[in-house]
Design a protein around this ligand. Sequence first.
Ligand code: ADP
Ligand code: MG
Length: 177
Amino acid sequence: MRIGLTGTPGVGKTTVASILSEHFTIIDLVELAEERGFLGPTSAEFEAREVDIEALSSALAHEWNGPPEKITIIEGHLSHYLPCDMVIVLRCEPKTLRSRLSKRNYPDWKITDNVEWELMGGPWNESDSSGTPWIEFDTTDEIASKISDRIIKTIERGAKGTESSSVLDWAEEFGDL
Ligand code: ADP
Ligand code: MG
């Protein structure tokens, strides 16, 4: 099984992935893109190197036609575009996210862009109807080790995707950020 671990920057993907690495193979999506030649030059707009996610995803669709040796988690905020068997979406209440991102060396506009993206639903905006289960976890008030325990249980037992009616909605906080 391959699992995409996604979420707006700052929600805690890398932190959770490092704990999960005791149990599963973890792949960093940016490293994977670089290895396969799908990482572009630094974009002036985003001040980051851009992943050609569609090309990477099609390349992997051929390569990943059988299961991996060990359960594999691909970590990165675009991992929900990859041909995975399950998508884990981490979420974080926008004000808390802002405070987490403020510890990064990001310009203000980049922090605001990410906080707004999360406010609007984050990766859920990019979900398709492929039938792959998408399962959401809220990282706002729970420590990373607890979240990783819950992810392990979900992977071991299997789970239905989060119903759209229970997907976290921070929209009430709009204007309050
Ligand atoms: P991402 O990889 O999604 O961008 P990180 O794992 O780098 O996020 O975490 C962003 C920041 O939030 C870090 O400072 C990290 O220590 C903190 N953090 C991560 N997970 C949690 C959590 N569950 N509770 C509180 N703080 C967290
Ligand atoms: Mg990260």
